[in-house]
Design a protein around this ligand. Structure first.
Ligand code: DQA
Length: 151
């Protein structure tokens, strides 16, 4: 049975493709999810992709990941990245290897995007690669999962 990872996208990421294309590009959330499914299968894991505009729903999925013994999480928490102690606490609480992703380079943008509550709960953070960041995140996460299953 391939191991499962969750790819969680937060608020406004359902608008990818039409939302500020100069910053986020033209790819849609469906394109992101297709890329995640293909990447996951190429590295021997299964990606379950979900998106919500609601903080509590994202927290429930993080808890569900532990209940279902999910091996890793890739999360783009959107603007909750910069505000949500609750998402930080959920990720710390479940102790599942997590990679934070952002489509845009948050450090080259407004000051309020420079702090991430998710980063402290993740073993790696990626930003600025556009949607390719999801491919890089899944590849790195799968390598981490495989290394820790051997140790
Ligand atoms: C984002 C960056 C966040 O600052 C922003 O609020 C988003 C998208 C990104 O993917 O670049 O919604 O997470």
């Amino acid at each position: 049975m391939p191991q499962t990872i969750y790819v969680l996208n937060g608020p406004n990421l359902n608008l990818l493709g039409t939302r500020e294309p100069a910053i986020y590009g033209h790819a849609t959330l469906a394109d992101v999810e297709r890329l995640c499914a293909e990447t996951a299968s190429s590295v021997g894991v299964t990606a379950v992709c979900r998106q919500s505009n609601h903080e509590g729903q994202l927290i429930d999925w993080i808890h569900e990941a532990r209940d279902k013994q999910v091996s890793g999480i890739v999360i783009n928490a959107g603007a909750y990245t910069h505000t949500s102690i609750a998402l930080h606490d959920a990720l710390v609480g479940v102790q599942i290897p997590t990679v934070e992703v952002h489509v845009s380079n948050v450090f080259a943008r407004e000051d309020f995007r420079h702090h991430s509550f998710i980063a402290k709960a993740a073993f790696a953070s990626l930003c600025g690669f556009g949607i390719d960041g999801y491919r890089l995140a899944i590849t790195g996460l799968a390598a981490k999962i495989s290394a820790s299953s051997k140790s």
